[in-house]
Design a protein around this ligand. Structure first.
Ligand code: NAD
Ligand code: MLT
Length: 523
């Protein structure tokens, strides 16, 4: 694997990458140079400096992964990467403590006017009255976004004797209770807090989450902190609220445009700023660089990463349990796709028995990947579901209690305008994967290899000539299944053959009197 590191990454991360990949560190590339060079690389590692836009992604012929040494992926066009089947992964957690501590440092600095007093004293001023601050004790802190950083800030700020109000639509009451925090609304926070700090990603829902309307509702003298992402708090509205004295001070680490040239937040003494330093500690930089390097090394070894944000994260423990089902589902998808070989308008997957209790997302993705692969689409674990959606076909998943004696069972049905192909598969003893039903026929075949799937009339002297046709073509038969749904109905014959069958040999088999259809599938 060739890896391009295009932002400055801690040496420990680069060294770790070098243990299993070929690494180029090129941190001063222009956007145009990046577009030109990216085609040579299998992996790209960035921090927030490199903008990985759609044109970079579209120029990346063999790129498999973009690793973000940090949390926010707003500098990466994740949708474009997903469409191209490129894994985007980050390093969550590695800089959480660093960001939480910086937030608290900023909150203390803005409460006690530390940066302004420092500058004044360096200029020879001794003005103790001007820089009188406020205490945290017995004050209310509003936290918007109670994820990793928000929760660490909350825990620490409780030690200062603050009452904490938090808003996070995705956090359960149970987690808030565990942290000893009251979940409430943004409006409640805005009306009652003495300090507000935001810790959400920047999304369509969080952009301008705090703006003119919210500033109007705030208590005079409130202090605001943003160490998450520029734009969650409207910059112009904040600058105005500080200028008017409604907001006593603000502490800002992140900006809508970085570096923030001409930004109104840089124009007032009561707004203190840092140049996106939340994650800038020696410890955090090592943590995130090593975490990303480890994920890329995993991928270089053909393993699935655990911190990808555009594919489901699968822990090694879950993987150990789910792998046989994922493989079975992928093979079943390939089988059903090759038998259909054409457009479809619905894929239905039904899970029964012990598999139904598990995390089925990776199994479903495997099924879709197998199906689309067999139809010539370049599907992988990242892009399979979005490729399926692009076709306009429906994906229907359900669970059933009807398991017909199997301990676990996966049924797939591919529908196209009333025509249905159906296949059932099961896993025995966590490793023996079998196809156990094809349309109306009960079968028992391994779920891999080259299979000739044929139907023939229910009469003697058909199977022998078929085997002769294959034998004369030099094809070895490793297994065979023959059966019928009921007497007089066509028989289904499945032959496991050791080699792909040349067209002419298959034609000889198809020409055997009584053969109704025959197809070679490779799964
Ligand atoms: P996280 O994913 O653990 O937490 C984000 C939280 O925001 C989640 O709990 C999520 O449910 C919540 N959220 C999402 N939409 C919301 C909404 N509309 N309203 C309220 N809450 C919402 O992420 P994290 O690691 O805690 O990081 C938080 C932010 O801080 C991210 O934007 C990250 O990029 C940023 N960050 C900045 C620095 C820095 O250097 N300044 C360092 C680390 C993280
Ligand atoms: C992050 O999202 O991880 C932080 O903003 C830190 C960084 O960009 O390096």
């Amino acid at each position: 694997m060739r890896v391009l590191v295009s932002d400055s990454l801690s040496e420990e991360g680069v060294k770790r990458l070098e243990t299993g990949t070929e690494v180029d560190v090129l941190t001063n590339l222009s956007h145009e140079e990046l577009v030109k060079r990216i085609k040579d690389y299998d992996a790209l590692v960035v921090r927030s400096g490199t903008k990985v836009t759609a044109d970079v992604i579209n120029a990346a012929d063999k790129l498999k992964v973009i690793g973000r040494a940090g949390v926010g992926v707003d500098n990466i066009d994740v949708a474009a990467a997903t469409k191209k089947g490129i894994v985007v992964l980050n390093a969550p957690g590695g800089n959480t403590i660093s960001a939480a501590e910086h937030t608290i440092a900023m909150m203390l600095a803005v409460a006690r006017n530390i940066p302004q007093a420092n500058v004044a004293l360096h200029k020879g001023e001794w003005n103790r009255k001007k820089y009188t601050g406020v205490e945290f004790f017995n004050k209310t802190l509003g936290i918007v976004g109670l994820g990793r950083v928000g929760a660490e800030v909350a825990t620490r700020m409780k030690a200062f004797g603050m009452q904490i109000l938090a808003f996070d639509p995705f956090i359960t009451e149970a987690k808030a209770n565990q942290l000893g925090i009251k979940l409430t609304t943004v409006e409640d926070i805005v009306k009652n807090a003495d300090f507000i700090t935001v810790h959400t990603p920047l999304t369509n829902d969080t952009r301008n989450l705090i703006g003119e309307k919210q500033f109007a509702m705030m208590k005079p003298g409130i202090r605001i902190v943003n160490c998450a992402r520029g734009g969650i708090i409207n910059e112009a509205d904040l600058a105005k609220a500080v200028a008017e004295g409604k907001v006593a001070g603000a502490a800002i680490d992140v900006f809508t445009k970085e570096p923030p040239t001409g930004n109104p937040l840089l124009e007032q003494e009561r707004i203190i700023t840092t140049p996106h330093l939340g994650a800038s500690t020696a410890e955090a930089q090592i943590n995130v660089a090593v975490a990303v390097a480890d994920q890329i090394l995993k991928m270089a070894k053909g393993q699935l990463p655990t911190t990808a944000i555009n594919m489901p994260a699968i822990s090694p423990e879950t993987m150990a349990v789910m792998e046989p089902y994922m493989k079975l589902a992928e093979k079943m998808g390939k089988l059903i796709g090759q038998l259909s070989g054409k457009r479809f308008n619905e894929l239905e997957i039904i899970y029964g028995g012990s598999v139904a209790d598990k995390d089925l997302k990776p199994v479903t993705i495997s099924a879709v990947k197998g199906l689309l692969d067999s139809m010539g689409r370049d599907a992988n674990f990242v892009n399979a579901i979005s490729l399926l959606r692009e076709t306009g076909a429906k994906l229907v998943e359900s669970k059933t209690d009807t398991i017909n004696g199997y301990s676990n069972i996966i049924t797939m049905r591919l529908r196209d305008n009333g025509h249905v192909i159906s296949v059932n598969g099961t896993v025995y003893g966590n490793k023996d994967r079998r196809i156990v039903q094809l349309n109306d026929y009960k079968v028992y075949i391994p779920s891999e290899g080259n299979l000739i799937i044929a139907t023939h009339e229910d009469k003697p002297n058909i199977i022998g000539p078929c085997c002769t046709a294959l034998g004369e073509g030099g094809i070895n038969i490793g297994g065979m299944h023959v059966g019928r749904a009921s007497e007089g109905m066509p028989q289904l014959m499945i032959l496991n053959v050791d080699q792909p069958v040349p067209e002419e040999t298959l034609a000889r088999l198809k020409a055997v009197p009584g053969i109704l259809s025959a197809k070679l599938v490779t799964i």
